[in-house]
Design a binder for this molecule. Structure first.
Ligand code: GDP
Ligand code: MN
Length: 400
């Protein structure tokens, strides 16, 4: 689960990471008021959306009068900000963050991620902040410093110092850098984060006093499976920023991931689901989602899953693929038949059943008299659903 910049900043600040003073606002009037309250002569107005790349997309504006703050806020509120990470439909802007502007001497990159290949937390830094890390990793991987954290010891002081030296942080700021890095690490670990990114972490200009390290931007995402033990973080969920199909499914306890294709999938078991997506692709189709209905799928659960799949307007055909071990094919078949009774299903549905009570399951489908296509093998089912989806598109007047 992702959170907004201002929420990530608040959390990091609680652990000791310095952030500029600022506040979240919900209207242009509040934006002006907040700027006046902060005082000073320059403010940054920042669109709060779950997508990076806001700066180049017009979602981060430096203003020098409170009138300008008001005008910028007026333009941003209610708009959909399209950034290179937001997807083409963009993200709705309905909260802004107004903070005191910082004078920047240097922009650095600091991040913490889980490295699956080493199965460890990895701290990443770069002298080149402000730019996107994926881009940097591809074009100039040598510009990244990676430090692997030994799980039993945590992120040690000497490692933080090494990172500070690698980033060319001036000598007098090294103790502060060590504090910032380790504070961010503690926040990551204590809150079961999946990612922390401070990009840019800046060294402020010394013209107005001693230079400091400040987190100018912050991103955090959290492990969904650990949210039950961090209710204060679970509460930060902002559904307006999420894929509507995924929120709908998550509310009903379904493991669903939205994809870009047009073939809806309902499968039991994550492994079989992955294999099915591959088979659909091999047959020339494109899956619209990943949906694992799990073991012991009751007819009621099957009905909910049907709704979740059909909720996606792009779906032109659907594949139900069940290999029943703990599951029972007759339950799933009953669920499919019930779904046809409860929902107006207007697209071709292919059902492939195998395993426990398969004969009973097939009999239920056959006896229903419904226009359900059936297949015995996964390869056959994939071919059938891809062909059906193609035909639907032609009928709809779209080129196949
Ligand atoms: P992102 O584009 O979504 O990553 O948003 P950021 O918060 O990182 O802002 C983008 C860029 O705007 C930063 O890399 C900075 O160069 C610039 N920026 C943000 N806040 C300030 C500020 O207080 N002062 C100045 N001078 N530039 C800022
Ligand atoms: Mn940034």
């Amino acid at each position: 689960m992702d959170v907004h910049e201002y929420q990530a900043k608040e959390l990091l600040a609680r652990y000791g990471v310095p952030i500029p003073r600022g506040g979240v606002v919900y209207s242009p009037e509040q934006a002006t008021y907040r700027a006046k309250e902060l005082g000073g002569s320059a403010w940054v107005v920042k669109a709060q959306v779950h997508a990076g790349g806001r700066g180049e997309a017009g979602g981060v504006k430096v203003c020098t009068t409170d009138r300008e703050v008001n005008e910028v806020a007026n333009q941003m509120f209610g708009s959909r900000l399209v950034t290179r990470q937001s997807g083409p439909e963009g993200k709705l802007v309905y909260r802004l963050y107004v903070e005191e502007a910082s004078r920047i001497q240097r922009e650095l990159y600091f991040g913490i991620v889980v490295d699956r290949s080493t199965e460890r937390i990895m701290v990443v830094g770069s002298r080149e902040g402000g730019v996107e890390i994926e881009e940097l990793a591809e074009l100039r991987p040598e510009a990244l410093v990676r430090i692997s954290v030994e799980p039993a010891l945590g992120f040690l002081e000497f490692q933080a110092r090494e990172l500070a030296f690698a980033l060319d942080i001036p000598y007098e700021l090294v103790p502060q850098a060590v504090h910032v890095f380790r504070s961010a690490y503690r926040a990551f670990r204590d809150l079961d984060a999946a990612m922390v990114e401070i990009n840019p972490l800046v060294i402020t200009d010394s013209s107005a006093g001693a230079s400091e390290l400040v987190a100018l931007d912050a991103k955090m995402s959290f492990d969904d499976n650990a949210l039950f033990r961090h209710l204060e973080i679970a509460e930060l969920r902002d559904r307006s920023q999420e894929d509507a199909r995924e929120s709908h499914a998550a509310d009903r306890g379904l493991a669903y991931v939205g994809l870009d294709g047009d073939i809806g999938c309902m499968i039991n078991g994550a492994g079989l689901a992955m294999a099915t997506l591959d088979m659909i692709q091999l047959a020339g189709g494109a899956p619209a989602n990943f949906l694992d209905i799990g073991g012991g799928a009751s007819p009621d659960r099957v009905l909910k899953a049907f709704r979740a799949v059909l909720n996606d307007q792009n779906v032109t055909a659907m594949l139900v693929n069940i290999f029943a071990g703990i599951n029972r094919c007759d339950w799933v078949a009953q669920g499919v038949v019930d779904a046809f009774a409860a929902i107006d299903v207007r697209i071709p549905v292919v059902v492939r059943l195998a395993g426990t009570h398969v004969e009973e399951g097939r009999a239920i489908i056959a006896a229903s008299g419904l226009p359900i296509l059936t297949a015995d093998t996964l390869a056959e089912a994939a071919e059938l659903v891809v062909t059906a989806a193609r035909r639907e598109k032609v009928l709809d007047g779209h080129p196949a």
